[in-house]
Design a protein around this ligand. Structure first.
Ligand SMILES: Cc1cc2nc3c(=O)[nH]c(=O)nc-3n(C[C@H](O)[C@H](O)[C@H](O)COP(=O)(O)OP(=O)(O)OC[C@H]3O[C@@H](n4cnc5c(N)ncnc54)[C@H](O)[C@@H]3O)c2cc1C
Length: 475
């Protein structure tokens, strides 16, 4: 007989595990089912984010940045280092260790909060008066019933039909984070967040990297001024980025991959690479979930259809994270997971989609929250803009990293902050101040009047806010 729970969560990524823990903290009985396996076949809680996404990519970005910095960034500080060598096996082992710490941490939190964890694949079986029955298989073989079900099954990388992932020569994010020898030539299709982060890692480790992107504009989702600045800096670092290309045939040989493409002017090219990373987006994952058994509705692209409260089309069925509409970001999944748990117990969980920050962890980092200048123009909003370069920031000079700028966009009449865009050192950390400010509907002047410690990078944020009203101190 199936064991009954108040809530069954399918998927143990950031959306699912946060929902499970929050629901348990709110006094509900909770089971979380997750099928991810580590190398030994054991559980690997944490989803894409922990296993093959946010966490391992940031570990590799950090390690590769150290490698580059020790070779090229220290002499200027008067630190001479000779005989620098790459130990890629150690770098990968460290990355795997960081992943494992996170896997184990989530399992510990499940135990601490009395969440029942079931290792296996969950599939809807039926619904009756007691709730939804979910079969759990591989390696588990059991079934559970939930009064409420939260679907948090995440997403999978989108493959090119002409070059399916083999994770040897044609790599998704999974293979891109586990290359065992630095390729001489690396091709990347897709200049989005993942393509830029992975391209940066392998370039820093010595690969000659070419990124091919179909869109005509670089980082079209980012503010144009910030995207242009970032593009300039990436090219200077040695990333070859070709925009507006049309990918043709891809031939996977025994040792290399040939990509035929037309450049923006229509001229034909052949790119021969040792490895090809395909990072052209992600697709929602409902493989094996058996949504038809209970009539759970998906849209034409495979996303579970939900309303603004993450309610699916069935009573007491919810869905969060990458498997539903909205940005595919771990922190968005987490916010939705916590909010759904709160709604189940009658609270008013809320996710503010207009203050979800975006971050690209390249060097320099790129981060933003709110609307871009081009969006404000398209929306017909009267706005003021102010920006400040890190070149004029004392802390950035002391660090030896003066690339980039902070840019504020505020309402022309009310001065309310509408968007903040940063390209530069520690942009991922600096953006939080803007998120807090926007969450409280602060004005640019509010930030300008707040005392920021000196010398800090955050003074560039204050200066950009001051610049909105042309009051920059320019120290
Ligand atoms: C290379 C890379 C880097 C990234 N970097 C960042 C970053 O820096 N910041 C950021 O915010 N986002 C980042 N992301 C995106 C982030 O990983 C996702 O947005 C996030 O993981 C989505 O969380 P989720 O809980 O919806 O799904 P997932 O994390 O995908 O978790 C879903 C889980 O459900 C399991 N599952 C699926 N179906 C079933 C089933 N039927 N039964 C049982 N289990 C099932 C899966 O195996 C998986 O473990 C990155 C992604 C990639 C690929």
């Amino acid at each position: 007989m199936a064991k009954n729970f108040d809530v069954v969560v399918i998927g143990g990524g950031p959306g699912g595990y946060i929902a499970a823990i929050r629901a348990a903290q709110l006094g509900l009985s909770v089971a979380c089912i997750d099928d991810a396996k580590n190398e030994g076949g054991g559980p690997a809680l944490g989803g894409t984010c922990t296993n093959v996404g946010c966490i391992p990519s940031k570990a590799m970005l950090q390690s590769s940045e150290h490698f580059e910095h020790v070779q090229h960034g220290l002499a200027d500080h008067g630190v001479d280092v000779k005989g620098v060598k790459l130990n890629l096996a150690q770098m990968l082992a460290r990355k795997n260790g960081v992943v494992k710490q996170n896997n184990d941490g989530i399992q510990y939190l499940f135990k601490k909060n009395k969440v029942t964890f079931l290792h296996g694949r969950g599939a809807f079986v039926k619904v009756d008066a007691e709730g939804y029955e979910i079969a759990v298989s591989e390696p588990a073989s059991t079934s559970v019933k939930g009064k409420h079900v939260i679907v948090a099954t995440g997403s999978n990388p989108r493959a090119l039909p002409s070059a399916p992932f083999d994770e040897k020569l044609v790599l998704s994010n999974t293979g891109a984070l586990a290359i065992e020898a630095v390729p001489k030539k690396l091709g990347v299709i897709g200049a989005g967040v993942i393509g830029l982060e992975m391209g940066s890692v392998w370039r820093r480790l010595g690969a000659e990297v070419t990124i091919l992107e179909a869109m005509p504009n670089f980082l079209a989702a980012a503010d144009e001024q910030v995207a242009k600045e970032a593009h300039k800096l990436f090219v200077k670092q040695g990333l070859a980025i070709e925009m507006g290309v049309k990918i043709g045939d891809i031939k996977v040989g025994s040792k290399d991959v040939t990509v035929e493409y037309a450049d923006a002017s229509g001229a034909a090219h052949k790119l021969v690479v040792d490895k090809l990373i395909v990072s052209i987006g992600r697709v929602p994952n409902t493989n094996g979930l058996n949504p038809d058994a209970v009539g759970l509705k998906l849209d034409e692209r495979g996303f579970v259809i939900v309303d603004e409260h993450c309610r699916a089309n069935l009573p007491n069925v919810w869905a969060v994270g990458d498997v539903v509409r909205g940005p595919m970001l771990a922190h968005k999944a987490e916010e939705e997971g916590a909010a759904v748990a709160e709604r189940i117990v009658g609270q008013h969980g809320h996710v503010n989609f207009s203050t979800i920050p975006w971050v690209i962890y390249t060097s320099p980092e790129i981060a933003w929250v709110g609307r871009t200048e081009q969006q404000l123009k398209a929306d017909g909003v009267a706005y003021k803009a102010g920006s400040f370069p890190f070149l004029a920031n004392g802390r950035a000079r002391a660090l030896g990293d003066t690339s980039g700028l902070v840019k504020f966009l505020a309402d022309a009449k009310t001065d309310e902050i509408l968007g903040v865009h940063i390209v530069g050192p520690m942009a991922s950390e600096l953006i939080s101040e803007a998120v807090v400010a926007m969450e409280f509907r602060a004005s640019a002047e509010d930030i300008a009047r707040i005392c920021h410690a000196h010398p800090t990078l955050s003074e560039a944020t204050k200066e950009a806010a001051l610049a909105v009203d042309k009051r920059a101190l320019n120290f």
